[in-house]
Ligand binder design. Sequence first.
Ligand SMILES: Nc1ncnc2c1ncn2[C@@H]1O[C@H](COP(=O)(O)OP(=O)(O)OP(=O)(O)O)[C@@H](O)[C@H]1O
Ligand SMILES: [Mg+2]
Length: 357
Amino acid sequence: MASTPGPPDQHDPDWEGVRLHVVTGKGGTGKTSVAAALALALAADGGRTLLIEVEGRQGIAELFGIAALPYEERKVATVSRAQLGLPGGSRATGEIFALAIDTEQALLEYLDMFYKLGRAGKALQKVGFVDFATTIAPGVRDVLLTGKACEAARRKGPDGRRAYDAIVMDAPPTGRITRFLNVNSEVAGLARFGPIHGQAQAVMRVLKSPETAVHLVTVLEEMPVQETVDGVADLSEAGLPVGGVLVNMVRPPLLDAAALAAVDGDHREEVAVALGAVGLGGRSRTAATVRAAVEPLLDPLLDQAREHAERVELERAQRIDLQQLRLPTYELPLLGEGVDLAGLYRLAGELKQQGAA
Ligand SMILES: Nc1ncnc2c1ncn2[C@@H]1O[C@H](COP(=O)(O)OP(=O)(O)OP(=O)(O)O)[C@@H](O)[C@H]1O
Ligand SMILES: [Mg+2]
């Protein structure tokens, strides 16, 4: 489990039986970055993962530094344990494929699947039917997206083996995730029988099974944490399998507990002496000149320390709220430069080391 990290080779990953990983979270907390890192981590021992983007913003292509993805599964990266800075294990190379789902194409595919429209599908596209259908029934879009993810999760190659070991979906934000994943229940209710009913039910079966896990990305701030807590409640109520909590952009602690406690009281004099002692204000001068040089730095430094202490306290409170969810929890560091390709592999290494993959 995440809470008992050990040498990565000596414990099973937390999501062993999961084939479809859905990554949600409040906007801007790092869903796309974390989903991509998870896809890398899941392939690190030589597997094949598919990373699916559903919001049509080409965030994955940007992250991997490649041209916009067509509506087609494309290999975007390879990965090995060594690349993630992990010791031992297999020397195999894993592969990450990506797919940016295009709603229009997916709708045609969907229609084609049931009604074998062929050319007629193209005609429909011309007369604007697709726009019509996706605008009139926003739910249709979500049916397509979840359907595509489940199809990929279940797909087998000609040799009977799974096409992918895992699918990772960069999903809509927490506020919309339950409705998004549940849309096929509504469809199954509307179309009471026939192929659409069957397809909707099959999708719901996958989404509600132990083969699916819905992970929530958050940062240690009040709003995202509250959304995470609410999101977990919504998902559970809908019978959807809640996965883990991925705490992103965690800052390293700068001060130890004693220093944090000291910031509160009036320790101006002690700080001044300590700063002088470490050489601030010059070493070879008299105590008085050192003190004069240190003085103007004192209040700004103490203010910064107090600010830091307040944030640490706030983060502590958020961590407690998250702990009460009793879910496997992983922490990812705040990277100085944002998430570039090297950063992505670093986050993947963290996930793997903490047992998320
Ligand atoms: N661990 C991290 N350290 C530093 N920067 C990060 C980290 N994770 C994400 N970021 C940065 O935060 C920004 C938002 O990340 P990302 O696009 O992954 O979030 P998102 O939740 O998918 O956003 P959106 O809601 O817009 O889809 C990006 O600039 C990304 O580089
Ligand atoms: Mg995103």
